[in-house]
Structures are given as C-alpha cells and as structure tokens.
Design a protein around this ligand. Structure first.
Ligand SMILES: NC(=O)c1ccc[n+]([C@@H]2O[C@H](COP(=O)([O-])OP(=O)(O)OC[C@H]3O[C@@H](n4cnc5c(N)ncnc54)[C@H](O)[C@@H]3O)[C@@H](O)[C@H]2O)c1
Length: 443
C-alpha cells in the first residue's frame, strides 16, 4: 500500500516542482496587439491629427498663469520671510519678468500666428465715464481690448460711454475708488478724481481721500493681480512754478495749506504711493503729468478756462478773464493726451512724463481764438484772480519725445472747433452739425 502511494507521486507526466517550463509568448503578443489595433482603419492618423490640433490650440492661447500671477494673491507676498538681499533680488527678477511679459502683451506678439488678430488685454479705467477717461475707453475698445469702467459718476456721465453698451468687451461698474474692489485685469489706468477746480474744491476732503485712499486701493489691486498701473497725475504738482518751462525733475512750488492743496498735494501723494509700491512691492507703474487738456465731452460749466470761454461765447455771455489775463497756459487736444497715455502704458519707462502741448497762450490770446471760432463780437469781462492761480504753465516734453516717441499733433485752432460743435449740441440740442463727435482732428 505504502509503495503504491510513493509510485503515484512520481508519475512521469507530472512536471517536477523545480523543472523549467518555457512560458507562452503572451507579453509580445499583448504589445503588438494595440499597435495592430491602431494601424487598423486609420486610427493612427486620427490620433496624430488630434495631437496636432491640441498643439496648435495651446500655442495660440497665451498663458495667463504667469509665474507672478498665480502666487501673488492677497497678502501672500513672500517678502516677509526673506532676507533683504533676497527680497531685492526677487523684486528685480520679478520686475524684469513682468516687464518682459507686458512687453510681449503690448507688442501683440504673444505667439499669435500670422493672420490671426492679437488677443486683447483686460483693462480697467477708473474715472472712465469722465472727459479724458471716455476718450481713452474709445481707443482701447477700438484696439480690441476688453475694458471695465469703474466710476462713481461724480463728474462723469453715462452718456460719455453709452455708445459701448451692448458691446461684450465693455463693462461699466458704479463704484467709488475709496472702497476696495477686486478685478482680474492686465492693466489699470487710474483716472478717477475730479479735475476741475469747481469740482475738486466742492468737497476737498473727499478729493484728497480719492487721491490717497483711491490710489492706494488701485495700487493694492495692481499688486494683487500683477497688473501694470498708470497714474494720471497733473501739472498742478509743480504748483506756481519757479522754473519755466517745467521739466519732470523740477520738484514744484506748492502751497500745502491752500484751497487747491486737496488736489495738488493729493496728486503729489498719489505719485509718492505709486513709486513706493513700485520700489517696495515690485508693482509695474507709469506716471503721467497731464497739462491742460480740452475737447468734446468736457463738463460744460466746470470752471476750466477753455470750457468756460466756449460755453460763454456760445451763450452770448461775456468771457470771464480772472486777473489781467496775462497768465499763460498750454492747451492739449484730448486725442493727443490719449495717445500719450497709451504709449506710456505700453512703453518701458516709469516716468513721470509731462504730457501736454508746449504751445503757450495767455488767457487773452485764448479768448481771441475762441472769438475767431465762435463769435467775433464776443466780449471779455475781467474779474479778480482766484487764490493760488499759477502764473505760468508750459510743459517741457523732451523726455516724452525721446523715450515715448510722442508729441502733440493737434493745434488749438484745429482742435477747438471740434469742441465747439460738441458744446453747441449739448447746450442747444442742435443735432445738425454731425451726430457723433469723435476726437479726431487735423494737426
Ligand atoms: N483734463 C485735464 O486737463 C487734466 C489735467 C491734469 C490732470 N488730469 C487728470 O486726468 C484725470 C481725468 O480728468 P478729466 O479731465 O477726465 O476729469 P473728469 O472730472 O471729467 O473725470 C474724472 C472721472 O472720475 C470720476 N470720479 C471722481 N471721483 C471718483 C471716485 N472717488 N471714485 C470713482 N470715480 C470717481 C468722475 O465721476 C469722472 O468720471 C484726473 O485724474 C485728472 O486729475 C486732467
């Protein structure tokens, strides 16, 4: 019995436990099978076409997730935990990277194949329903950008931007810049601030608050989303200048406690904040110092000399000249200003840059041009001068000419008639002289 059992255990047909048994060639088969599957019925061609489409799609789509864009939300700025040296290096690198990024965006060369249109930027314009802002918005929309206007309508009007309603690339937000706002944008043009003496003196505390808190908020936004920031400062930062014409290196002669200080000193502080965010937080900034500008859509009774003279001459009222009328101003047509602002934003220089027309006119000479354009019999009425009224104002624009390739093109005699047409329509509701006023003027 016992031997029988032993015999069965060594049956020749059973393989020995450690004997070699060659495996089937299954893995080779399992590798060739998918290849055969792909080759069948032109599936490979379909896969290759899919890869090609994906490659083209992702190379056309400019990447929005820039290295600084993703990691810089809120106060999560890494500066706090670094040494000063590392901070400085990191800021320089980040600044250089961002500058390169914006250069590519502005040049429109962001991997856009020939024949395809450049992808527009997302831009916020604070004060975009005002005089200058609305003309800037027109140009940006025309260029193909998407524009968000932020305005509290203190001096701005919906009528100035109404022609963009319904355009998917245009948005209008009623908002006061003294309150924070979060928007995802590439560029910020910060214009929000009443600009005429009548309006900025109306509530001086609000004016300085707008300049300081409003500018802080917009700079905070620029830092948070990695946007480039442009401040529209003013020639008023030179005060009653002791240097003529005014060069950007001149520090000015400003009364810090006068009735105009809410505006002058407000803008000076806004410039300081702008440079501190640039130096301290690596925000890309631009500063424009704007000189007197005129054109369609200016507020009619805002006390600025060109709008005053034009409105008075049209209404057959005497033109009011304050003082002896020998104080000088330079007058820039609005399309020239908008061109200067866009060049500054798109360029590589921080500024400040004087943006104005160096052509200098006394108030009496200006009154004469208005008389020639509207009514040769218009009268002039002299009144005592207002407090802190500067005697002379004329920009030196050498820097803008050299570094931005910009200079004004529209003369006062060519620009004024366009403004007169607009004012005539708004004062008398006269629609005969052309239904839409544009900023274009012959030079
Ligand atoms: N026009 C000029 O001659 C001139 C000269 C120098 C500087 N600037 C500057 O250019 C910018 C635009 O000037 P403008 O002539 O178009 O003036 P504007 O008064 O026509 O426009 C200012 C705009 O800002 C808005 N605004 C004011 N306070 C605001 C706030 N707290 N929040 C949100 N919006 C607010 C107004 O409603 C208006 O739409 C201003 O910053 C001004 O200081 C203009």
């Amino acid at each position: 019995m016992g031997s029988e059992l032993i015999y069965r255990g060594h049956d020749e047909t059973q393989p020995l436990p450690d004997s070699y048994s060659p495996k089937h060639d299954k893995p080779l088969l399992s590798m060739t099978r998918p290849i055969q599957y792909m080759l069948r019925e032109q599936r490979l061609v379909c896969v290759l076409i899919g890869i090609a489409i994906a490659t083209v799609f992702f190379s056309i789509l400019p990447s929005k997730t820039t290295p600084y864009g993703g990691s810089r939300s809120g106060s999560g700025y890494p500066f706090d935990t670094m040494t000063q040296h590392e901070n400085a290096l990191s800021r320089v690198e980040e600044y250089q990277h961002r500058a390169a990024y914006h250069r590519v965006l502005d040049s429109g060369a962001a991997k856009v194949p020939l024949g395809l249109k450049r992808k527009g930027l997302r831009i916020v314009v604070t004060g975009g329903a005002g005089f200058v802002g609305s003309h800037l918005v027109d140009r940006l929309i025309q260029r193909g950008d998407s524009v968000i206007v932020v305005d509290n309508f203190f001096t701005g009007r919906k009528e100035n931007v109404m022609h963009h309603f319904g355009n998917p690339r245009f948005e209008l937000i009623r908002h006061d810049v003294v309150e924070p706002i979060l928007l995802e944008v590439d560029q910020i043009y910060h214009l929000a601030c009443p600009a005429s003496p009548v309006h900025y003196k109306f509530n001086p505390v609000k004016t300085i608050k707008t300049n300081v808190v409003g500018t802080l908020n917009m700079l905070g936004l620029a830092k948070r989303v990695g946007a480039r920031f442009l401040l529209t400062s003013t020639s008023e930062v030179y005060g009653d200048p002791l240097q003529h014409p005014q060069v950007e290196t001149y520090w000015g002669n400003v009364n810090p406690i006068g009735v105009r200080s809410c505006y002058d000193e407000g803008k000076r502080t806004a410039e300081t904040l702008t440079m501190d965010y640039h130096r301290g937080a690596g925000v890309e900034v631009r500063i424009a110092r704007i000189f007197n500008t005129y054109g369609p859509r200016m507020c009619i009774d805002d006390g600025r000399v060109v709008s005053n003279f034009v409105a008075q001459a049209l209404r057959k009222e005497p033109m009011t000249v304050y003082g002896d009328g020998k104080q000088t101003r330079s007058f820039q047509y609005v399309s020239d200003l908008v061109e200067g602002l866009m060049r500054l934003m798109g360029g590589e220089h921080v500024g400040p840059f004087n943006i104005g027309n160096p052509g200098e006119f006394t108030m009496l000479e200006l009154a004469q041009v208005v008389k020639d354009s509207i009514d040769p019999n218009a009268k002039i009425e002299f009144r005592p001068n207002t407090e802190d009224d500067p005697h002379k104002r004329k920009p030196d624009i050498t820097r803008a000419k050299e570094l931005l390739g910009w200079e004004p093109k529209v003369s006062l005699r060519n620009g004024l008639p366009l403004m007169v047409t607009d004012f005539r329509q708004r004062i008398f509701g006269d629609q005969k002289e052309g239904s839409s006023i544009t900023t274009t003027a012959a030079s």
